[in-house]
Ligand binder design. Sequence first.
Ligand code: DLL
Length: 432
Amino acid sequence: MFDPKAEAMSRDERAALQRHRLWGLVDRLLVAGGLQAGRLREAGVKGGADVTLAELHRLPFTTKQDLWDHYPLGMLAVPRDQVVAVHGSTGTRGRPTLVGYTRADLDLWAAMCARSLACAGATELSTVHNAYGYGLFTGGMGIHQGAVALGATVVPMSGGMTERQVRMIADLRPDVLTCTPAYALRLAEAAAEAGADLSSLEAGVFGAEPWSEELRAAIEAALPLKAMDIYGLSEIIGPGVATECLEQNGLHVNEDHFIVEAVDPATGEPVAEGAPGELVFSTPTKQALPLLRYRTGDLASLAHGECNCGRTLVRMSKIMGRVDDMLVVRGVNVYPSEVERVLLGTGLVAPHYQLVLDRRKPEHTGLLVACEAAGEGAEEAAARLVQAVQAELGLTADVRVLPAGTVPRVEIGKAVRVVTWESGPAPLPGLG
Ligand code: DLL
């Protein structure tokens, strides 16, 4: 463990620490003034001492809309001159969200990412091939600083230029690969084409987009590594909010710094332990942009209980999807990751797919599933996949098993799993 005292402390001890830090957060927000202070006062909170962990769920939420309303950096809780870095999400699917970091925030972030890498088995002897994008996106810089804090050697590849990445892995023989799960598969494919030796890899720390257990199996079959999931979001800090350990049984949330709740997305009320809900985070130790009860839109369940690795940190399940990513196809609600699970679970298709929402007829939305066969027999596979999607999800989909290489591979950024076809030519060849 990178920080055994923090990661393996007793739950009581941690609760005391969280309570103390939460008080500090509330006091700082009240002093800073602004949106969150106003909401706290409206809720009758005059100081940190008015707040308990058990009553946290009674405090007001913050949302992405709040950040948008105060774009670019209107929610800072420190003077602008204390901000040493800005990151965020570029908002390919919406508006950009920007977050600021003080020097202490960067140190915290590095420590959280060092924990994540150590969780996956990395040590100061490791070489980390970091293929998360460098830039405004938090993946590249976050993991980079984590690897440095751990004392490992980091290779700052960023995304893209896949052939060169494959050569660097073969030449520098890293033991840890960090990138999105979709890009891990792209690297595996390119390595196979080039006949490159990637046998040095032992662990992968993959995140920034949803991926199913079935995709994990596909990655572990394609690369000689154990694939761990890492979760985070710019608003909270970036990667390093939660990570799987080698047990691969839930992601340990760094809850001494990110207090997590799961709430019913419709009512905002807490859900029972183990039930899926929308994750909500409070950041009691962050300085530049501390958030109280930030609604992530991400769905997962939480479980306390011991882990064989010795960490006592609460574990979250893999993310099932985002509240706003739910597809509604002929009255059936489904998350893209559920379709992924069914498709890959059949063993009939390669782990490259795209879901096309066919909206060419205004009266109904159809679902086209574009995928590639794992072996021979595309037509037979298509019929069986239609059946599997119907049987397991109650969803009528039109499955097209396309020639290998047809589904676009992601080289940079996050995988695009869902595209909409409104009019004109098909978004992928072979669908028309
Ligand atoms: O994606 C931070 C990150 C970088 C996490 C590298 C892990 C690795 P954003 O660009 O702000 O930050 O996007 C955050 O991505 O709310 C989730 O919807 C999704 N997401 C992140 N990690 C996972 C994951 C980074 N492991 C948004 N599984 C989040 C599923 C994830 N979804």
